[in-house]
Design a binder for this molecule. Structure first.
Ligand code: 4AD
Ligand code: MG
Length: 427
């Protein structure tokens, strides 16, 4: 027997036909002679009606919320039914009878997080996961179409990329290792062979604070390419974000609609994105009463406030080198300034960090020492500057932050099936 996806029926392709569907019971309402149910499958939700006296009646009486079932009946239009179609059921079989489902209406966020394994069946999660898959597909497509080769970075690493304070320690037989914070240092190795590469892989951060934009395990998109500078970084970043926005607006139309996301914001995201340097960011913030001085890093409040002014994605570039990582290249005529750029978006703040990498061996060694790191931990990284060094650049984008912005989600944990935070590593 062929089972028809519910979405096809809602699209009007089977009106008047006898069809079979299968899925789970989403809602059930009984009156004396009829049982109304909403059935959900991966593609949609449809109303079905079971009348007394049919074979289906006994099964429908027994069936409980979230039971799985297969059903047969005739499709008709019905203006009152959600989606405009209804199936009048003649035959029905219970596949798996569910016990009393613990999730009903009006439950606390906290409870929903405890029963994440069940909450993932919700319509909201279904829609977010579909959009997530599309965002990932588009990201891969974007880089491949531009000749970037995907590489697979290691997860166990020996030395920090983004500072020791967020490193996860891992016991590795009789040695001590860490979980990767970024593929970058390894990606830099591969450009000497492939020139243009990218990764889409997990990064781990021992983030000790609870915020709406931090996970301890997140998916990190990181391209790296040879013969590139700051200008190239900003251009690829805005092209990527715009490409994802335009395509999501088109291809995820129904998901956006159901999630009540206005696609206007996505359609508006077109290059060139506005850009200001760090100095101007500080001045703007000081004018707004922030007590921030040159040399200090922007925090969440500062980023959010700046982003509110712009109301769209924008860049802040040329940061003081002290607040950026050791690998950032500095301007030869302005040694205090790092060629580093962040993209910020409204409500969330930082979406990406990128820039040019120090390609001079001696300067890199100086920066490693200056940052309080051990040169011997970075010997292989320094080798890249010994054997045919090139100017190169790259950036990192957090997939979950992008989704949070795209879909107007309140918290980053709703963008990933199994969020890991300081308090949650279950289920
Ligand atoms: O700014 P970050 O730390 O930069 C790097 O890791 C560079 N090595 C990237 C590169 O140049 N290849 O992280 C990059 C992005 C951030 O802008 C943010 O979007 C995301 O990763 N990110 C997080 N997302 C969720 N939870 C966290 N704890 C995150 N930490 C960073
Ligand atoms: Mg950053």
């Amino acid at each position: 027997m062929t089972f028809i996806p519910i979405q096809e029926i809602l699209a009007g392709k089977h009106e008047g036909e006898h069809v079979s569907i299968r899925g789970w019971i989403y809602r059930k309402r009984e009156s004396k002679k009829t049982i109304f149910m909403l059935i959900r499958d991966a593609t949609g939700i449809i109303q079905v009606i079971v009348k007394e006296g049919t074979q289906a009646w006994k099964e429908a009486e027994k069936i409980t919320i979230e039971s799985s079932s297969s059903l047969e009946g005739t499709v008709k239009t019905d203006k009152r039914a959600p989606g405009g179609y209804e199936i009048s059921i003649e035959k029905m079989a219970i596949i798996g009878l569910a016990e009393r489902f613990p999730i009903s209406k009006d439950l606390s966020e906290e409870f929903l997080r405890d029963v994440r394994h069940l909450w993932l069946r919700s319509r909201k999660m279904n829609l977010v996961m579909r959009t997530r898959s599309e965002v990932l597909r588009l990201t891969h497509k974007f880089f491949r179409e531009r000749g970037f080769i995907e590489i697979s970075p290691p997860m166990f690493i020996t030395s920090a990329c983004e500072g020791g304070s967020t490193l996860f320690h891992a016991k590795y037989f009789d040695r001590d290792l860490y979980l990767t914070q970024s593929a970058q240092l390894y990606s830099e190795i591969l450009i000497y062979s492939l020139e243009k590469i990218y990764t889409c892989a997990p990064s781990f951060r021992a983030e000790k604070s609870r915020t709406i934009r931090h996970l301890t395990e997140y998916w990190h998109v990181e391209p790296e390419w040879a013969f590139a500078d700051m200008k190239d970084v900003m251009q690829i970043e805005e092209d990527l974000v715009s490409y994802v926005c335009q395509n999501v607006a088109q291809r995820c139309k129904s998901e956006l609609e159901e999630l009540e996301v206005n696609p206007e914001k996505l359609l508006k995201a077109k290059p060139p994105f506005p850009r200001i340097d760090y100095k101007e960011a500080i001045e703007r913030l000081q004018r707004k009463g922030f007590g921030l001085k040159w040399g200090e890093d922007l925090g969440y409040d500062e980023e959010k406030s700046l982003a509110e002014e712009f109301g769209e994605p924008f860049f802040v570039y040329d940061y003081p080198k002290e607040i950026k990582a050791f690998y950032c290249k500095t301007y030869r005529d302005r040694p205090k300034i790092a060629m580093s750029v962040d993209m910020l978006v409204p409500r969330i703040g930082e979406l990406t960090t990128g820039g040019a990498r120090e390609d001079d061996k001696d300067e890199l060694i100086r920066r490693i020492e200056e940052s309080g790191l051990r040169v011997e931990d970075y010997e292989w990284y320094i080798d890249m500057r010994r054997y045919g060094t090139v100017p190169h650049a790259g950036f990192g984008l957090g997939v979950e932050r992008l989704l949070m912005w795209l879909l107007d989600l309140d918290n980053i944990i709703d963008t990933i099936p199994f969020p890991r935070t300081i308090r949650r590593s279950f289920p």
